[in-house]
Design a binder for this molecule. Structure first.
Ligand code: SAM
Length: 285
C-alpha cells in the first residue's frame, strides 16, 4: 500500500502534476528521504492499537507510513490546496481522517473523543511547521494529557532547547515548561538536504514521553509557568534580580532561596526543574 510519496521523484511528480506551488508562509518543506521518514515513525514505536495525530501531513509522505502501522490517524492540515492531493495520495487507506484546520485553532480534546472513541493510546507524530513549533507544543501540552508520546521534527536549535539540561547554554524556560511534564530526548539530527525545498536551518527529531505522574507538582501551575518565564527574562542577571524585576518582593525571594539552600547569586540556568517547582510552591504560598 506504501506508495513512497516521500521520494525525490514522487514528490516532484506530485507537485508538478497538481500544479502545486509551495507556500513558505505555511512552513512547507517536504521530506524526500524514505529512510528518515521510516526512522521517525520507528521512534514512535506504534502498533495497531495506537491512534496517531499528525500535524501538517503535506503530501502524505509520513501519513502513509503511520497509517500502515497504526489503528487510526487524524491529520490537521491548514492548506486547503493540499486536501485533494492528500485524499488522492492516501486513497488506499480507510483509517485516516484529514481535517482542513489550523492546529492552533482546533479543539484537540474534542477531536480525540470524536475520532478516536475507545482509544487505548494516542500519540502524535509530525514534521512540524517550524514557524509555530513552540506554540503548537505548549498549547497541546496545556490542553491534554491524552497524548502520551510526541515524536516531532523541528528546527535543531529549538530541539536543543527543549531537551537541554541545567547549566547548558540552551537551557531556558521552554526546557523547563516541557520537562516538567515529559521526558525529552533528541533522537536524531537531520541535514537540510532531505527536503524540497531545503530549509535554511538544520533539523532534529525529538521524542517526548509524558510522565505518568509528575514527580513534584506545582501547586499553582499558572504561577509556575510565569515564574520560569520571568526567571529567564535576562540571562545575564541573577535569579534574585530577575524575580525582583518581575515585581516579586526581594526579601521574600532571599528567604525562599535560603530555605532551599540555594546561593543568593545563583543564575536561573543552574536550577533544575524540581528546584523551580519548589521555588514556585514557596513563593506562591
Ligand atoms: N508532513 C509533510 C512532510 O514531512 O513532508 C509536510 C511537513 S511541512 C514541514 C509542514 C506542514 O504543516 C505543511 O503541510 C503545512 O501546510 C502545514 N501547516 C502549517 N501551518 C499549519 C497549521 N497552523 N495547522 C496545520 N497545519 C499546518
Amino acid at each position: 500500500m506504501n506508495k513512497k510519496i516521500g521520494s525525490t521523484e514522487n514528490t516532484k511528480k506530485i507537485l508538478e502534476n497538481n500544479n502545486f506551488f509551495i507556500k513558505k508562509k505555511f512552513g512547507q518543506n517536504f521530506l524526500i528521504d524514505q529512510n528518515i521518514l521510516n526512522n521517525i515513525v520507528d521512534n514512535a514505536e506504534i502498533d495497531n492499537e495506537t491512534d496517531v495525530i499528525e500535524i501538517g501531513p503535506g503530501l502524505g509522505s509520513l501519513t502513509e507510513i503511520i497509517a500502515s502501522r497504526a489503528k487510526r490517524v487524524l491529520c490537521y492540515e491548514i492548506d486547503s490546496d493540499l486536501i485533494p492531493i492528500l485524499n488522492n495520495n492516501l486513497n488506499d487507506f480507510n483509517n485516516i481522517n484529514i481535517l482542513n484546520q489550523d492546529i492552533l485553532k482546533s479543539n484537540v480534546v474534542e477531536d480525540i473523543k470524536k475520532y478516536f472513541p475507545d482509544s487505548k493510546k494516542v500519540y502524535l507524530i509530525a514534521n512540524l511547521p517550524y514557524y509555530i513549533t513552540t506554540p503548537i507544543i505548549l498549547s497541546l501540552l496545556e490542553q491534554t494529557t491524552s497524548i502520551r508520546r510526541y515524536v516531532m521534527m523541528m528546527q535543531l536549535e529549538v530541539a536543543d532547547r527543549i531537551c537541554s539540561k541545567p547549566d547548558v547554554k540552551d537551557y531556558n524556560a521552554l526546557s523547563i515548561a516541557i520537562q516538567y511534564r515529559a521526558k525529552a530526548t533528541k533522537v536524531m539530527t537531520i541535514s537540510s538536504n532531505v527536503f524540497i525545498p531545503k530549509p535554511g536551518v538544520d533539523s532534529a527529531v525529538i521524542r517526548l514521553d509524558l510522565y505518568n505522574e509528575i514527580e513534584e507538582k506545582a501547586n499553582d501551575e499558572e504561577f509556575f509557568f510565569k515564574l520560569i518565564r520571568n526567571s529567564f527574562a535576562q540571562r545575564r542577571k541573577t535569579l534574585v534580580n530577575n524575580l525582583t524585576n518581575a515585581g516579586i518582593n526581594k526579601n521574600k525571594v532571599i528567604e525562599v532561596l535560603n530555605e532551599l539552600k540555594l546561593d543568593l547569586s545563583i543564575r536561573s540556568e543552574a536550577l533544575s526543574v524540581l528546584d523551580f517547582v519548589r521555588l514556585s510552591n514557596l513563593l506562591s504560598k
